[in-house]
Design a protein around this ligand. Structure first.
Ligand code: HEC
Length: 167
């Protein structure tokens, strides 16, 4: 019995030591990983990565993984819809590239419906809008409806309505 207790205590001590040894490494690593992206993202106009643009300008409303608001189908008191999921769980993939570009560039109001989706044309360049939309599409990877991959469906529907040309 005593011996078992001893073994047990040694084990606990070993785990504690191991944790102490790992902790600084883990913290150190996360710091070095975070630093460069922090530098890059200081000015949105310099940012070309769709993923970073998403984190900086879209995630606050649509969720860090594009999951949208919980109640996204229920209109708020202002009669407007909350931010929907962009990750393939909603219907974003029903829209062609041309329509998606218009929604982000001109916002919901620009497209003529009462909406809390802001216009980004003064904040993002055309290339950045395309980059962030291409990132959004990666969130649909592996998702399908009735055996059709969402990305394929959306690609087909964009054939006649591509992104506009950007300078
Ligand atoms: C202030 C909150 C807010 C921010 C920030 C925001 N959105 Fe939205 N977005 C909305 C809301 C609300 C809607 C729903 C509009 C409606 O149907 O009235 C929406 C709708 C959309 C739609 C249409 C989705 C669909 O399924 O039809 C797309 C695409 C979209 N947003 C992309 C983006 C992107 C990309 C960004 C970042 C560049 C962004 N949004 C930033 C609030 C926001």
């Amino acid at each position: 019995m005593r011996r078992r207790l001893h073994t047990c205590l040694t084990f606990v001590a070993l785990i504690a030591l191991a944790t102490l040894a790992i902790l600084p490494v883990a913290c150190g690593e996360s710091e070095t990983v975070a630093a460069p992206s922090g530098e890059q993202s200081s000015d949105i106009r310099e940012t070309r990565s769709g993923e970073q643009i998403f984190a900086m300008t879209c995630a606050s409303c649509h969720g860090s993984e594009g999951e949208g608001a919980d109640n996204w189908m229920v209109r708020g008191e202002d009669g407007r819809l909350p931010p929907p999921p962009l990750n393939g769980d909603g219907h974003t993939w029903h829209h062609s590239d041309g329509v998606l570009y218009g929604i982000v560039s001109d916002g919901g109001l620009g497209l003529g419906f009462g909406s809390n989706m802001p216009a980004f044309k003064d904040q993002l360049t055309g290339d950045q809008i395309i980059a962030v939309l291409e990132y959004v599409k990666t969130l649909w990877e592996g998702k399908e409806l009735d055996g059709i991959a969402l990305r394929q469906y959306q690609r087909d529907s964009s054939a006649d309505d591509p992104y506009p040309a950007t300078d």
